[in-house]
Design a protein. Structure first.
Length: 126
C-alpha cells in the first residue's frame, strides 16, 4: 500500500498507514484470515473520508487485478530477513512459547524461523 500512502500524504489526508494480518492468530487459520487497513487521518482526511475509503478499495481492486508482484515479494523477503537477523533477545519463556507454537504450525526445519523468513516466491500461493 506504499503508493497509495504517498497519494494520501501528497493530499495531506493521512499521517500513518499500516496494513496486513494482525497478531490475533487468525492469520494461520485454514478457513480465513483477517486483513486490516489502519489509516490515521488528518482533519483534511476526515473531511474527505468518502474519497479516502474509495481510494483504499480502488487500490485493493488494482492489487486483485494485477496479481502478485515478485519485486514486492523480494522487498518483503529482504526486510523480513534483516528483522530476523537483528531481532532483539526476548525472555527465554517467550522464546520457548514461540517455538512451541511453531511446532504446531511448521515442519521441524522451520521451528526457529516460523513465519519470519520467506524462502521461495510462488505465485500460486497468492
Amino acid at each position: 500500500m506504499e503508493l497509495e500512502f504517498i497519494f494520501f500524504i501528497v493530499r495531506v489526508w493521512a499521517l500513518d498507514l499500516t496494513s496486513g494480518n494482525d497478531e490475533s492468530g487468525y492469520e494461520h487459520n485454514s478457513t480465513y484470515a483477517l486483513f486490516s487497513v489502519n489509516i490515521n487521518l488528518t482533519q483534511k482526511g476526515m473531511d474527505q473520508i468518502g474519497e479516502v475509503i474509495c481510494s483504499v478499495f480502488q487500490y485493493i481492486a488494482m492489487l486483485k487485478k494485477n496479481g502478485p508482484d515478485a519485486r514486492i515479494w523480494s522487498e518483503i523477503q529482504t526486510i523480513e530477513a534483516m528483522s530476523f537477523r537483528y531481532i532483539e533477545d526476548s525472555p527465554p519463556v517467550d522464546y520457548v512459547e514461540s517455538l512451541s507454537e511453531n511446532m504446531h504450525k511448521y515442519s521441524p526445519g522451520d521451528y526457529i524461523t516460523g513465519d519470519s523468513l520467506m524462502f521461495r516466491y510462488d505465485e500460486k500461493v497468492f
